[in-house]
Write a protein that binds this ligand. Structure first.
Ligand code: NDP
Ligand code: MG
Length: 390
């Protein structure tokens, strides 16, 4: 098989490193993938080591102040070097078989958009860019012929079992419930950053771990599923499934429900997004043994402890810029929580207040359809949310 070219934006993060593990394991027998671009934000050392180990053609550091450090770290190696926001977008526009969007937060939007506009198939982990600019990304994908392939485990599960989109009645996203599933509400006020980071099932980056603890991650995933699979808020359910073995379910009109199962390891959905539509890749993911597992549990979400789910459904129903505003408010609130400027339970509250304040504005945007409009709205959302920081 001719090797395929892959570029990874956010290569030093949790998803980026897992993607490189999948590539390494797939290449062990024959070279299936070559790496064109690897990109990170600040972590020069890890980026340079990855670029050398995987013989990448290009390394990009988004923080332009680190350009000289990257040049030193890669001196003597035949690897192109670029830096800054423009360097990132130019690198994203280079042709490749699969562009991995694994930057965290809305910072991932410009490079994801550049990849889509260049006609590159994007394997999307960076849910925030889709939530902020679904119409724009989908319109550009239609123009360029790029596919947007889900890499989030739940959405990969749905993608894997979605045989005939016309016969689908409903999607169910499973949620582990995060570290505070059984914590009484009256203890939420004192939850620390390190407690919120300790996810029981998945090993992930800082922001998504905190999003999982508030269940805002599942809220973002409802919107992600709506945009990926063209579903309305009332066609997407969430069920708590603490073992994270079933990654999501598709309900068909004849009463059949198809699910995708596996050990909770991002390497499986990453491998699927890399190999699609060709045959599956071999990975070293631990194999599932149901007889050892014994049982799988399911519960409804407690809407009082985890208001994020209802907020996402309301934002989807309201449409227009509301999903984007929800995402911006959450990013502001999560940063404030990490910096000790607000309590854990304030995160959802800040999101709720920001949505209400934006809904009350007279000059609300309908649906942003250019990057400039999206970036302006992101700034508006961030400014409103910041007013609610105590
Ligand atoms: P991490 O925090 O572990 O990694 C983030 C990556 O993005 C790093 O490579 C970081 O570089 C880079 N980055 C951060 N800011 C910028 C910026 N401004 N410009 C360019 N690069 C930047 O995050 P995760 O891997 O956990 O998550 C990445 C995305 O994938 C998120 O959108 C998340 O929601 C999604 N996702 C993650 C899953 C997981 O298991 N982790 C599962 C499903 C989805 P540096 O190291 O230099 O700071
Ligand atoms: Mg997920």
């Amino acid at each position: 098989m001719t090797p395929q070219t892959i570029s990874i934006f956010g290569s030093t993060g949790s998803v980026g490193v897992s993607t490189l593990n999948v590539v390494k394991s797939a290449n062990a027998r024959e070279t299936r993938f070559n790496i064109d671009v690897l990109a990170a934000h600040n972590n020069v050392e890890a980026l340079a080591n990855q670029a050398i180990a995987f013989q990448a053609n290009m390394a990009v550091i988004a923080n332009a102040d680190k350009y000289a450090d990257l040049c030193v770290a890669l001196s003597g190696h035949d690897i192109e070097i670029a830096a800054g926001a423009a360097g990132l977008c130019e690198a994203a526009a280079r042709p490749c078989h699969r562009s991995i969007a694994a930057i965290v937060g809305i910072a991932g939007l410009p490079s994801t958009l550049a990849a889509v506009q260049a006609g590159n198939d994007v394997a999307l982990a960076n849910k925030e860019s889709l939530i902020c600019a679904a119409d724009l990304l989908k319109a550009e994908a239609l123009k360029s012929g790029a596919h947007i392939l889900p890499m989030d485990s739940e959405h990969s599960a749905i993608f894997q079992v979605l045989q005939d989109r016309g016969d689908v009645e409903k999607l169910t996203l499973t949620a582990s419930g995060g570290p505070f599933l059984d914590t009484p509400l009256d203890q939420f006020a004192t939850i620390s950053v390190s407690e919120a980071m300790a996810h029981p099932r998945w090993s992930m980056g800082q922001k998504i771990s905190i999003d999982s603890a508030t269940m805002m991650n599942k809220a973002l995933e409802i919107m992600e599923a709506a945009f990926l699979f063209d579903k309305k808020a009332d066609e997407i359910d969430v069920v708590i499934h603490p073992q994270s073995i079933i990654h999501s379910l598709v309900h068909y009109q004849d009463g059949s429900v198809l699910a995708q199962l596996g050990e909770p390891d991002m390497q499986s959905p990453i491998a699927y997004a890399l190999s699609w539509p060709d045959k599956r890749l071999h990975t070293d993911v631990k194999r599932l043994d149901l007889s050892v597992l014994g049982q799988l549990d399911f519960y409804p979400v407690d809407p009082i402890k985890f208001p994020a789910i209802d907020l996402a459904k309301q934002a989807l129903q309201a449409g227009g810029a509301m999903p984007l505003i929800l995402n911006c408010a959450n990013e502001v609130a999560v940063s404030a929580f990490i910096a000790g400027q607000c309590r854990f339970m304030d995160i959802s509250l800040i999101v709720e207040k920001t949505l209400a304040a934006y809904a009350g504005l007279e000059t609300r945007a309908v649906s942003p359809n250019s990057l400039e409009d999206v970036l302006k709205l992101i700034e508006t959302g961030r400014q409103i949310a910041k007013k609610f920081l105590i």
